[in-house]
Design a protein around this ligand. Structure first.
Ligand code: DC
Length: 231
């Protein structure tokens, strides 16, 4: 069976990561969270007071950043920044408030897209983000674009934060999501857009299991080589 590249893009908090992680697990593929990379860069920039308006500082910082993914004992992928586990730190509201500004920088995108392509080189990957189907892997065999109602997204994000005892009111989360949607969709460098050949799934009224089943169903049809490919 053909090993695929599966791109899952969409707005923040539509269930991209949860879906991508489970699809990867079921197919025995590698899961890559590209948002975690931009979050890790943002974490570094904040910790080291890197000015995003100073290209030299940005380039220097990027040359010092090493992002890796390590699978923990539960089989979950965790993000490491220069050897330190930042998986939970990068999910904070402080990072969420700033990440869209950092991820809009061309130098940051070039560095992260290079890394994403390297990680996907051997195929058999599920990668989620904003520009995976449109820019990182335009040749991906399966492209999925997730959407959901803003309030549903905000409640999902609130629940995720609460699991780590971080109680944030729903209005603050809605405002953050709306702001990020706006910046992510309107930036000059690879804005969030649905690739022309991506399949949309509205996740407002469906469960994660249903989302996962739908993506797996689509993936299976792409794994079987077409008659043309067999010849
Ligand atoms: O998926 P996420 O919410 O963890 O992503 C965090 C931010 O990173 C998001 O606001 C936009 C940016 N991002 C991006 O620009 N391109 C990607 N491929 C993934 C994320």
């Amino acid at each position: 069976m053909k090993k695929l590249i599966i791109a899952i893009d969409g707005f923040s908090a539509c269930g991209k990561s949860t879906t991508a992680r489970q699809v990867a697990q079921e197919l025995n593929y590698r899961y890559i969270d590209s948002g975690a990379m931009y979050r890790a860069v943002t974490h570094y920039f904040l910790e080291h007071h890197v000015s995003i308006t100073n290209p030299k500082e940005v380039d220097k910082a990027l040359s010092e950043i090493r992002i890796t993914f390590i699978i923990n004992s539960k089989g979950e992928t965790e993000t490491f920044l220069n050897g330190i586990n930042v998986e939970w730190d990068i999910r904070s509201m402080r990072i969420s408030e700033y990440v869209s500004h950092v991820s809009a920088l061309k130098a940051v995108r070039v560095a992260m897209v290079n890394l994403q392509r390297k990680l996907g080189k051997h195929r058999g990957v599920v990668m989620d983000g904003r520009d995976i189907g449109s820019v990182v892997f335009p040749e991906a065999e399966l492209k999925v674009f997730l959407t959901a109602d803003i309030l549903v997204r905000a409640f999902r994000r609130q629940k995720e934060l609460l699991e780590h005892d971080d109680l944030i009111d729903i209005d603050t989360i809605v405002q953050n999501l709306e702001k990020r949607d706006k910046i992510d969709s309107n930036r000059l460098e690879s804005p969030l857009i649905k690739a022309a050949d991506a399949l949309s799934i509205d996740t407002t009224h469906i469960t994660i299991d249903e989302q996962v089943d739908e993506v797996i169903r689509m993936a299976v049809t792409k794994m079987i080589p077409s008659k043309k490919e067999k010849v």
